[in-house]
Design a protein around this ligand. Structure first.
Ligand SMILES: Cc1cc2nc3c(=O)[nH]c(=O)nc-3n(C[C@H](O)[C@H](O)[C@H](O)COP(=O)(O)OP(=O)(O)OC[C@H]3O[C@@H](n4cnc5c(N)ncnc54)[C@H](O)[C@@H]3O)c2cc1C
Length: 369
């Protein structure tokens, strides 16, 4: 019997396996696709995740981003990004290296096999795969992404309409280390061009926009890159939209399967790895004290829910009033703000407090001067 089975070898699953294997536990990862597998993703991330993983960005050949460009209609603002703080990743390469790192630390991997059923006995679970194999485990981690089977198994339902993002990856030699964000392109969403060492990931994502019309909008960003042979790929984004059940006595959800992607920045990798760290702490504590995992839900939301909620609120304002927000941007050093936010040196709460202070100060000056 394994101590832990992890379903899914994305960043959330592989980092969970890595952290638990480093603790000396018997961990098995089951991934339905053959690795390395492609994942639609802009791959934007920050130094913070490498610190959580305890591995430098160079290990994953992360591409260092030096500049941020924000575009609205025909206007462009440019900002510098503090050194070595924001990176992009090729998800197939990053995820695979992370899985291999977990295996080098003692985890076992079965890829090309899908988990289709779970049976619960007294103090163990039996995991069944599409190839008819059965594996017994004490604990199970659901890291199987949006539409998670494991979430369904524990009765955790995400009923709201899940936003969609689409993207095309264009091979491109020596791109500039600049990420470009496009506001005003799509209601309640934005477009992006993210360079990776040999590729440009060009995409759009929106909260509520007709999926059929999305390729038409994306074509505005693709106009300089005539690669009709490369398909546009779509994938839902597991934004946070309120609390759910994320654990039972022996099963927990991490990453996209727990719907904890940041509703403001669109990032899911960082919160996925953060949830893996919390899963590691919870499981090791429960093994030591022989107690159920159920308190993971509360522990995870204590660590994340306030920031996720504020990100959700701020995204509502930001994406609704894109023109006005763009006009305000000349007063702020957006490169440093973005870097600090993604590296958790500043919180949404602190940003909101600063904004409110500014608004009150301006109102005070208007009324009393
Ligand atoms: C277009 C787009 C752009 C994005 N850009 C960014 C970005 O720039 N930065 C960022 O941080 N985030 C971004 N995201 C979000 C990010 O991709 C996800 O949040 C992230 O992949 C979550 O990782 P995960 O490990 O939880 O899930 P996933 O990466 O989805 O991994 C889940 C794994 O589980 C496997 N699996 C599923 N079901 C089973 C099963 N039954 N049995 C076995 N295996 C199974 C899947 O094959 C998959 O490998 C973007 C998303 C989209 C769609």
């Amino acid at each position: 019997m394994h101590d832990v089975i992890v379903v899914g070898a994305g960043p959330s699953g592989s980092s969970s396996a890595l952290f638990l294997a480093r603790r000396g536990l018997d961990v098995l990862i089951i991934e339905k696709k053959r690795l390395p597998r492609y994942k639609v993703c802009a791959g934007g991330t920050s130094r913070y995740i490498f610190e959580l993983l305890g591995v430098p960005p160079s290990y994953f050949d992360a591409f260092n981003i030096e500049k941020l460009k924000v575009c609205y209609e025909d206007r462009v603002r440019e900002y510098s990004i503090p050194g070595n703080s924001i990176f992009t990743l090729h998800r197939d390469r990053f995820d695979y290296k992370l899985t291999k790192l977990a295996c080098q630390n003692g985890a076992k991997l079965i890829d090309g096999e899908e988990v289709i059923e779970i049976e619960e006995e007294n103090n163990s679970l039996t995991v069944k795969t599409n190839l008819g194999h059965k594996f017994k485990t004490r604990y199970l981690i659901g890291a199987d992404g949006v539409g998670s089977k494991i979430a369904r198994f524990i009765g955790s339902k995400f009923r709201y309409r899940i936003p969609l993002a689409i993207q095309k990856d264009i091979p491109y030699k020596d791109p500039e280390p600049t990420i470009s964000l496009f506001m005003g392109l799509v209601p309640m969403g934005y477009g992006w061009i993210f360079p990776k060492d040999d590729t440009l990931s060009i995409g759009i994502g929106a909260y509520s926009f007709s999926p059929r019309r999305m390729p038409q909008v994306l074509s505005k960003l693709l106009k300089d890159f005539d690669r009709k042979d490369i398909p546009i790929l779509a994938h839902p984004i597991a934004f946070y939209r309120g609390k759910k059940r994320l654990a039972t006595k022996n099963v927990i959800l991490v990453g996209d399967s727990a719907h904890i992607a940041d509703p403001f920045s669109g990032e899911g990798i960082r919160n996925g790895i953060k949830s893996a760290k919390i899963a590691e702490e919870t499981i090791t504590e429960c093994i030591k004290k022989n107690k159920p995992l159920s308190f993971y839900t509360e522990r995870l939301y204590n660590a994340m829910a306030r920031e996720l909620f504020l990100a959700w609120m701020m995204s509502g304002i930001f994406y609704k009033f894109q023109g006005r927000i763009f006009n305000l941007m000349d007063r702020f050093d957006m490169g440093t703000i973005l870097s600090n936010l993604l590296n958790e040196k500043i919180s949404y709460l602190q940003i909101l407090k600063k904004l409110l202070k500014r608004i009150f100060y301006r109102t005070y000056l208007m009324v009393f001067s």
